[in-house]
Each structure stands twice: as C-alpha cells, then as structure tokens.
Ligand binder design. Sequence first.
Ligand code: 5GP
Ligand code: MN
Length: 338
Amino acid sequence: MQNFESFKRFFETPQKVIITTHQNPDADALGSSLGLYNFLKNRGHEVKVITPTPYPSFLNWMHGNDSVLIYTEMDHQNVLRLFEEATAVFCLDFSTLSRINELGEIVRETKSKKILIDHHLDPESFADYMLWSTEAAATAELVFELIDQLQATNEIDEHIAECLYAGIMTDTGSFRHSSTTAKVHRIVAELIDHGANVNRVSKLIYDNNSINRIKFVGYAISEKLYVHEDLNMAYIKISKEEIAKYDLKSGDTEGLVNYALSIKGINIAAILMEKEGLIKMSFRSIGDFSVNEFARENFGGGGHKNAAGGASKESLDATEEKFLTAIFHSKKQLNYEF
Ligand code: 5GP
Ligand code: MN
C-alpha cells in the first residue's frame, strides 16, 4: 500500500468505519469483511459491515454476522446517514463501484477516507488507499497482510482467523487453484496457530447442503450439462422454473460450474442461470484463456483470468446463443488452442 504510514496514522485514533463488499457476497467477501470488522472493533473503532444484498446462510456462522446490515433490507435515508457519519469506508473484494449496486454512487460521493482491498483485475480509481494485488489468492489474504504490516498478527483471535481462513479456503478452491502459493500455505498455517479450526470451517461451508440442493446438483449434471468436446468447453443452463422446482436458496448454485470444469479435457466452463429479469453467468477456465476478458467484452462483467462472471438482460435461450457465438468468435480472434 502506498502512503501506508499515513493510513496507519489515521487509524491510530478511533474511527467510524463502514466495510462493504460485492453483491451476492461469497465466503471471501464476507470472511474478509468480518475478519477486518472483528480486528478493527477489537482495536476500539466503531465498525459496521453493509452488504449490497443478502448472502447464503452457510456463511451465518461467521463471528459478527449478527450485526451485518443488508442494504436491500435497510431504509435508504438511514444508509445515507451512516455514510455521512462514517470517517472511513473499506471496499473489500471488488474493484469497480458498479459491483455494489446503488451503494456505488453513495461510496463515490462520501467525504470519508476510502480504502480498497482487493485482488480483482482492472480496478477503478476512487480510493485514497489501495491494498490491491491480483497475485493474492483471496481478499482475506490481503486483510491478513494488512494486519501483518500493522505488526498486529498477535491480535488475531480464533474468530478473525476463521473468517480469513474461510475466504482463503474457498477462493483457492480448497487450496487447489494455481493461486495457491507457498505464501498462502504460510498464512493459513499462521491462521491455524491463531485458532482457526479447519475441520469446523470446512464442514460449515461445504457440508451444509439441503437435500434439495444435492438432488438439484444431480439433476443439473445429468440433464442440463452440455459438452462441446470439439471446443473443450462445457456449460450448464438452468431456468427460473428449475430453480423454483428445487426451491433453491441463494448460494445453492455456487460451485456447480466446477463440475463442468472437472471433466477431462475441458478447459472452459460456464453456468447460465435465469434469475428475476436477468441471466447470471459464471465462467471458469484452465490455462491461457482469460474469462475476465471474455466476460468483460461480451457480458459487461469481469473478475479474474480464470474465474469471472457477467450478466445478460436477454432471454435464457438468446443468452445461450450469444454465449456460444462469443466462444466461437473468441476462439478465432484469440487463435486459442482449445
Ligand atoms: P462467481 O462466478 O463465483 O460468481 O464469480 C467469479 C469471480 O468473478 C468473482 O471474483 C466475482 O467477484 C467475479 N464476478 C462475478 N460476476 C461478476 C460480474 O457480473 N461483474 C464483475 N465485474 N465481476 C464478477
Ligand atoms: Mn475474492
């Protein structure tokens, strides 16, 4: 972080802090936010976490969850007042203000200090301080680094350790993605030393399936998986009716795209999912094909080189057509060897 000394000095006196993170928060978004929340609160700051939308219930175990405010469930005037009173706003796990919906413009306008902590590509420049690295496997890793730079790792208790561990575990795909460096393992070892219970966290996050969700995964794989072996590409397409039939809750489709990517020979995978008024897409790749660029150019999205997302306002079938055309086009344009 540039101007680290000035950042450090600013937080030597108690501040009124808001921490926010991207819409549909995942374990890294919420884990890095609540890890930082607990750390700053223990240091005597007044801290609030505000998420743009609700998040899956398998994250509710995180310490501090009970005090998280959800923008869509709040009175707008109350939100404006909180941002007016805040002296510092942390933006975690997103790089462009459009990722936090209506909160984006509120953050842009606030007079408070703005701090971006993130590992996504192409950051927008709106922050006074930036701790940003695309080399970081997770935003939770960067929060750990910040605490380390403040020479305060001795203040990491089991709650902070478990929030940060959850973010790193999930964003590395349980320590399997290429982002899993030796440094990641060293940080995780330290989190375990500070009380993170790896078995507990892993069970809370991964072994929390509803019966419906498991049945839905089976259905999606057997009926809704389309494989284009010639393109080394596979995708899953899910309609609104199917989501309703299996009574899926927020987060229930998370990880589904990885089944498509796990097929031998497949190095591009996607999921197209019909939500209210929009098709949400997740993209994954192995190797050189940048799904970040693909998502940005075709579906107004972004993310990381090998994991990105986007959306479309067209119908599910029209989106599927557009997706397939774009994949063919990318293949030609990038001369990418599938
Ligand atoms: P997921 O597919 O798991 O929702 O997201 C994969 C990665 O892409 C995450 O880092 C996420 O933040 C990012 N991402 C997902 N959807 C979008 C989107 O619509 N726009 C942008 N800019 N990034 C996204
Ligand atoms: Mn992340």
